[in-house]
Design a protein around this ligand. Sequence first.
Ligand code: F0G
Length: 301
Amino acid sequence: MSERVGAEVWLKLEGANPTGSFKDRGMTCAVSAAVREGAEAVICASTGNTAASAAAYAARAGLTGAVIVPEGKIATGKLAQALMHGARVIALRGNFDEALALVRELAQRHPIALVNSVNAFRLEGQKTAAFELVDELGELDALCIPVGNAGNITAYWKGFEESGVRPRMLGWQAEGAAPLVHGAPVEQPETVASAIRIGNPARWEEAMGAMAASHGAIRAVSDADILDAYRFLAAHEGVFCEPASAAGVAGLLEHGAEDAGRVVCVLTGHGLKDPQTALAYAGSVVPCEPDLPAVEQAVLG
Ligand code: F0G
């Protein structure tokens, strides 16, 4: 990465969190707060990772978990996680933005804690990722981060501000789901990066504020560039992230680091979350008879 970009590039691997994405940082706080407030259930709208994380922490806390996901639009691993953790998984015939509007209403009518990143505790937990970067690196010039509902970019900036380190916040959206780049909601967001298939981010103002205060930018990358970066990371860095996570790297590879000397790319979720996309865009297996000449031929090509 560093050679290709011409800067010192670091990858922050959030797929190593307990449920395989950065969501755990905030979810442990949000669910703890829900327990303290006496909630019996938690709910969220999700493109998958928030659902997996909410389901896991709700299970551990002995709360009922309900997650509303866009039908057919969440990666298989995330669905398996939410179901295994015992959440009630509702497949909405609509998109993430519609799901979020509905759970906001629902949480007002019933004593159910809303654990989307509109919940302030989520940001408090997620900002710890910025603290870790400052602890490890001291200074950094820019942070490349995928942007969907815009909670994470908001949380990182909060953490950086509290640390007194102010890297440029470079947020990346998928071209087909880039409301912050266009300055208007996208009715029908579309992208291969299902985690960030969001047309009307809840933390819109905060994300724009972080961008402006840090002299950063929010730009769009194409699905083709996201998939290239996704494959590049796996094949050349030995790091398997999910497609949405590769959006920041795609942006950095496409636009370069400008004058930044040290850049961090946040890889928000593990590649195993979405085996289907990997299999669809990776090479294929080589079938082989169980004898030495056949294996020799298969291995040596
Ligand atoms: N990367 C991944 C892997 C995500 O799952 C998400 C968001 C983002 C990036 C964007 O973060 O929304 O804070 O700007 N996933 C949410 C979910 C929407 O429901 O799992 P954001």
